[in-house]
Design a protein around this ligand. Structure first.
Ligand code: ACK
Length: 218
């Protein structure tokens, strides 16, 4: 009935607990600060600035996000394709409001977005929609859950939906070239450059982030 339709949220996702949010924001800011100082990054600064010889302050460049989360299904109040079906899934109903431990395995930066890659467990994948990876770049085929991420920040004028697309692009490039040159060994892990301003830091130690499976209405 009509009430059922009204109750479909803007999106479902894993919402990071607030204590975890602070920790991850700090880690991300430290990473951006360090990245900014690397010679390797400076060499490719033009990807971000569009002009030679100019500098970028990455912490200023990205507008930080308020409520860190990992979107599972963007529903747009039932208007998005597959939204009603997702909301009706037994796993969604059963695990709604459950707390999960997400594993953040990499940080990535592009001229558009900064985010954290999330590696979902088998159980968490039960909450992952089958079509989330349908917009993978041509030629690539990525496993279910590849798009899972936490948006940490977006450049001015960039919508957060871009973060997942940037991640899929990086993972597709990684699949083509599984052993790209590591640019720098950092304290947190290995930093790789994927051209056109795409950077990924694979974390030596994944960051565990407790999160509540829930939904968001504006
Ligand atoms: O950073 P995100 O994962 O990207 O979290 C926000 C959230 O939903 C609210 O906007 C994500 N989002 C927006 N549009 C889409 C879409 N078409 N497909 C998948 N995720 C989306 C956005």
């Amino acid at each position: 009935g009509p009430l059922g339709e009204i109750s479909i949220p803007l999106y479902f996702g894993f919402f990071l607990l607030s204590s975890v949010q602070d920790k991850i924001k700090c880690t991300a800011n430290d990473f951006l600060k360090t990245l900014d100082t690397l010679e390797a990054f400076k060499k490719h600064m033009i990807d971000f600035t569009g002009k030679e010889e100019s500098e970028v302050d990455l912490e200023q460049y990205f507008q930080a996000k308020e409520f860190l989360h990992c979107t599972t299904k963007f529903c747009n109040y039932g208007k998005a394709e597959g939204a009603k079906e997702y909301a009706a899934m037994p796993a969604v109903k059963k695990m709604y409001s459950f707390i999960f431990e997400l594993s953040l395995t990499a940080l990535f930066v592009t001229p558009r977005t900064v985010g954290a890659q999330v590696s979902l467990t088998e159980e968490q994948l039960l909450l992952w929609p089958a079509d989330a990876e349908s917009s993978v770049p041509a030629g690539a085929s990525l496993p279910l859950g590849s798009r899972a991420h936490v948006t940490l920040g977006c450049a001015e004028g960039v919508e957060p939906v871009q973060t997942g697309l940037d991640l899929l692009e990086i993972l597709a490039l990684k699949q083509q070239d599984p052993k790209p040159d590591v640019v720098e060994e950092m304290e947190l892990g290995s930093l790789t450059y994927y051209n056109e301003g795409r950077w990924m830091l694979s974390l030596r130690e994944p960051i565990g982030a407790r999160a509540c499976f829930s939904s968001y209405y504006k």
